[in-house]
Design a protein around this ligand. Structure first.
Ligand code: NDP
Ligand code: VSD
Length: 325
């Protein structure tokens, strides 16, 4: 129970959490905050040097000396990686699967669709962002949902968390290699949310977090290929630090939200495309959902106008179109 008797839907104290993408940016910030709340953590990423550094920061943030922390180096884009990571995690965790798995690992290579490298980029983004998460979700669910791992309908649920982007609510020019990988995560999450109802004795909750721009090392990397028009349009939603995004994401998970947006604009965008997805609040989400078309009537006019004007001023996109140029 939190303030005013509000239930914490995702208690982490004493539980074990596996996070992919935990060595930098939002994943590392989330790991540090979860350590401060008393969780045991398994950090996953590729680069061991950066994992060591993150591990030291996580240890320093721990709430109690009894908490345990480790890391596993793995590439989430490799087929079959997740079974190995889950097996290693279970061995480290005294034979028990982690209670919470948060897939944060992701990347983005924005560019215009007609650029030379866009198809290779699209496949890479899909491998890391979609399959990296899909493989982990399947490996951990096969553990959590096994009949011998049933904990009973009233037990504390396990949590499976995906990390998408507000671009899965509202698309932007220049993100074609990336955006479909994040939309795909939503399709998987909606399907799993329903499929999990087949296992009432093995309660698991699925969630998707939808950040907007995060001032992370990843943002610096993606800005190297980002078209200038993309940079221009995405200024509409101010960037947030990894710490703020992690904190708001965790707050949403603690409130029990299924789709977690981390800003007011993000929540508006979310309510504009709910479709058949579970609502956080049926009343509020529906009311906001009625408002969004009115906003889009103007926003689309303005934003498409900006793109057309860009073409007028700068001519054919051809080559000279990255933000760096
Ligand atoms: N930055 C932004 O503006 C936004 C980001 N997002 C999403 O939020 C999440 C976090 O983003 P951000 O904080 O920018 O992340 P960063 O790019 O700063 O960090 C990415 C993390 O993921 C790990 N990682 C990347 N590729 C792989 C891989 N193939 N296998 C294993 N680990 C990998 C990195 O470690 P290593 O390289 O050592 O493997 C690192 O720990 C991502 O899913 C991203 O797509 C969503 C909206 C906006
Ligand atoms: C109804 C409300 C109207 C909405 C207005 C639209 C404003 C658009 C802002 C979009 C921000 C895009 C952030 C991209 C984050 C991302 O995922 C990349 N950086 C990849 O890492």
């Amino acid at each position: 129970m939190g303030l005013f008797g509000r239930k914490n839907h995702m208690p982490v104290e004493g539980r074990t959490i596996l996070l992919t993408g935990a060595s930098e940016g939002m994943g590392r910030a989330a790991a540090i905050q979860l350590a401060a709340k008393g969780a045991n953590l398994i950090l996953v990423a590729r680069n061991v040097g950066r994992l060591e550094e993150a591990l030291a920061e996580v240890k320093a943030a721990a709430k109690s000396p009894s908490q345990r922390f480790t890391y596993i180096s793995a590439d989430v884009s490799e087929h079959g990686y997740a079974e190995q990571v889950v097996a290693q995690a279970i061995a480290w965790n005294d034979g028990k699967a982690p209670d919470i798995v948060w897939c944060v690992a992701g990347m983005s290579t924005p560019m215009l669709w007609c650029e030379d490298d866009s198809m290779a980029a699209a496949r890479r983004n899909m491998d890391v962002n979609y399959f990296g998460t899909a493989e982990m979700s399947r490996a951990i669910l096969r553990e959590w949902l096994a009949p011998e791992n049933a904990t009973g309908p009233n037990s504390e649920p396990k949590h499976l968390i995906f990390t998408a982007s507000v671009l899965a609510f509202f698309a932007l020019v220049g993100y074609a290699p990336y955006t479909p990988s994040k939309w795909a995560l939503r399709g998987l999450a909606d399907t799993l949310a329903q499929e999990l109802l087949l296992y009432p004795d093995n309660p698991v909750k699925v969630h998707v977090v939808f950040p907007a721009t995060i001032t992370s090392p990843g943002l610096e990397r993606e800005n190297k290929t980002k078209p200038a028009i993309t940079l221009e349009l995405e200024k509409e939603e101010p960037p947030e630090t990894p710490e703020t995004v992690a904190q708001r994401s965790i707050a949403g998970l603690e409130r029990g939200e299924y789709f977690v947006a981390v800003s007011f604009l993000g929540n508006l965008m979310r309510c504009g495309v709910m479709g058949g997805s579970a609502r956080n609040s049926w009343i509020l989400d529906t009311l906001l959902g009625w408002l969004v078309p009115v906003i889009y009537f103007f926003v689309l006019r303005i934003m498409n106008g900006q793109v057309k004007n860009w073409a007028k001023v700068h001519g054919h996109p051809a080559k000279k179109n990255t933000a760096a140029a």
